[in-house]
Design a protein around this ligand. Structure first.
Ligand SMILES: NC(=O)C1=CN([C@@H]2O[C@H](COP(=O)(O)OP(=O)(O)OC[C@H]3O[C@@H](n4cnc5c(N)ncnc54)[C@H](OP(=O)(O)O)[C@@H]3O)[C@@H](O)[C@H]2O)[C@@H](O)CC1
Ligand SMILES: [K+]
Length: 556
């Protein structure tokens, strides 16, 4: 697990380190520049071997300061380096100014001029050091024109020019993954608006990744992400972030890797996610792992519920029962074996199919939108802890279970309890939280918005997508990104969300399951891992079948 720091949190960390006297701003800038050059050489060893030509584009703040360090270090390696500054040298902040002055002792820093830059000598590497965490408004047009990936076409062999972004591709907001645009700047859908086409080949950030590297446009624009250690890591960073409830002030990235004092390490078997998955020990009983009830739709609409049920069973629930309208019993009986089956027409009679040992409910996939679904949701939410159990059954609400409350989300929020998980996709989220969905489209961070949603609903909210955000009412937030080396494009397939709901419910229904947010996090990670393990050609039914292989690889 890795903590993600916002721009303010990063600045606070930097200031604290400088104030403590352990390091100066200049030293941090030197390490940052060195980190970029090291990452560049690691990523493209052929560039490390001989001298090449670099175009270093510096901005008016400390990101530009990093650029001057990089220019100097490359020149020291024998490279030819052309430097352009967007802004005035005398207005640079002190550390950036110092590195500018050091650079012009031996080189030149030209004033920004689009035509001059694009008609200059062809670079092998473009260094984008224009804006980093200090971006406060949309990218100026004259910067966008140079950074747009089409700008490279002005040189021969432009496909072989590599662009390295310092901290982020300039224009990307690292708190939220958006690229702010001028209000009148929306371009036709066929051509990306300025700033959004500043696509890097490699992005090197410092100390720890930022939310914007993983949210929204971040992965698309950053392409490959490297994290340079600039010596800010201390013991505090490593405390309490593996498998424990997240810090309400910060978000964490859900991944089985860890940025700690020793740098990036892969977690060993026995640590996350194995550490948060229910253990199967000899002598255990199926009820030790919970009894999950998944509700399915009527005749001809049972597929989504069946997939969720199978996913719940594979994920670890000891027993899973599919409950469907009686008319659909025959259809489901023909398709199910390990999953048990019961018929229920009247939601008020839930007690007839669910005894005290039921530890989880999953409602939504294929259930249909309407009063019956509402009644089923309300009946499941009303269940109390059984006599033998100390906590009430977990309730996972997905798809139609959420949309059934689109006209009246407050009724749903009044009835959910702390053992409820809402798992909307963006459309369903917008139906329950229209104002918050609007805020995500604006400038707010998806993490903050989903935090607000969890506080409003009073339960865990998981907004799914390539960037999935999971929050609880206490403010804990986790971000899981199917991006970079964990991209899983095959997951964009019908029914994948139904399977995810089942996996979450299957893990959370275990009487010994971890904190809900932790169980949800593990389920989302496993879901993507199954897709990656299966690969192209994946359909939703394949996901639960891939789980044993993925779990085996975790040495469970
Ligand atoms: N923190 C750390 O630990 C470390 C940080 N380091 C490095 O510092 C970087 C952060 O530096 P930073 O704070 O100076 O911000 P930066 O991104 O250079 O931009 C600020 C300048 O841009 C301007 N400006 C903004 N938007 C604009 C726009 N659209 N159009 C025009 N102007 C715009 C803004 O002007 P203003 O908004 O004030 O008018 C201000 O002048 C960070 O990303 C990393 O690379 C490393 O050295 C090591 C340790
Ligand atoms: K940059």
């Amino acid at each position: 697990m890795t903590e993600l720091l916002t721009a303010n949190q990063m600045r606070a960390l930097e200031s604290a380190a400088i104030e403590s006297g352990k390091v100066t701003g200049l030293e941090l800038m030197e390490r940052a520049g060195q980190g970029v050059v090291d990452a560049l050489c690691n990523n493209w060893p052929e560039l490390a071997e001989t001298a090449h030509r670099a175009l270093v584009l510096c901005g008016p703040g400390n990101n530009g300061g990093d650029g001057f360090v990089i220019a100097r270090l490359l020149a020291d390696r024998g490279w030819q380096v052309d430097v352009f500054l967007y802004g005035k040298a005398e207005k640079l902040p002190p550390d950036a100014r110092a590195n500018h002055d050091r650079w012009i002792e031996t080189g030149e820093a030209h004033q920004w001029d689009v035509d001059l830059i694009l008609s200059g000598a062809r670079p092998d590497v473009i260094v984008d050091a224009v804006f980093g965490i200090g971006l406060t408004r949309p990218l100026p047009g004259e910067v966008a024109r140079v950074l747009d990936h089409h700008a490279r076409e002005s040189w021969k062999n432009w496909m072989r020019i590599r662009k390295v972004a310092v901290d982020c591709p300039s224009g990307l907001n690292l708190d939220n993954g958006h690229v702010p645009l001028e209000p009148d700047m929306e371009a036709p859908a066929s051509e990306p608006p300025p700033g959004r086409s500043n696509i890097a080949d490699l992005t090197v950030t410092f100390h720890t990744p930022k939310p914007g590297h993983y949210l929204e446009l971040g992965p698309l624009m950053s392409r490959h992400l490297a994290v340079a250690d600039i010596g800010l890591r201390g013991d505090a960073m490593e405390r309490g972030i593996i498998g424990l409830p997240a810090d309400p002030e910060r978000a964490r990235l859900t991944e089985p890797k860890h940025f700690g004092a020793a740098g990036l390490t892969a977690l060993e078997p026995g640590t996350w996610p194995s550490s948060v998955l229910p253990k199967r020990r000899g002598g255990a009983h199926k009820y030790d792992f919970g009894h999950l009830i998944v509700f399915a739709g009527g005749v001809g609409r049972g597929g989504a519920g069946r997939m969720a049920a199978r996913a719940g069973l594979r994920a670890g629930a000891g027993l899973v029962t599919l409950v469907c309208p009686k008319a659909a019993l025959m259809e489901n009986a023909m398709q199910l074996n390990a999953v048990m089956l019961r018929g229920l027409d009247d939601p008020n009679l839930l007690g007839e199919v669910a005894d005290d040992r039921v530890s989880g409910f999953c409602l939504g996939p294929g259930l249909g939108v309407g009063t019956r679904t509402r009644a089923l949701v309300q009946a499941a939410l009303a269940r109390k802890a059984g006599e033998r159990d100390w906590r009430r059954p977990v309730v996972v609400l997905d798809a139609d279970a959420l949309t059934s409350f689109a006209d009246d989300p407050e009724t749903l929020f009044a009835e959910v309890h702390e053992r409820t998980i809402l798992t909307p996709h963006e459309g369903e989220f917008a139906r329950l939280f229209p104002d918050l969905a609007e805020a995500v489209r604006g400038a707010k961070s998806k993490i903050d918005v989903v935090r607000e949603a969890a506080a409003r609903a009073g339960c865990v909210v998981l907004l799914k997508g390539a960037d999935t955000v999971i929050t609880n009412p206490e403010g804990a937030a986790c971000l899981h990104a199917a991006a970079y080396d964990r991209a899983a494009p095959w997951l964009a397939t019908a029914g994948a969300g139904d399977v995810l709901a089942g996996m979450i419910a299957g893990l959370a229904a275990s009487p010994v399951s971890a904190d809900l947010i932790v169980a949800a996090e593990a389920a989302v990670w496993l879901h993507v891992e199954c897709a990656r393990s299966f690969g192209p050609g994946l359909i939703a039914e394949d996901l639960p079948e891939e789980l044993p292989k993925v779990l085996r690889a975790l040495s469970l």
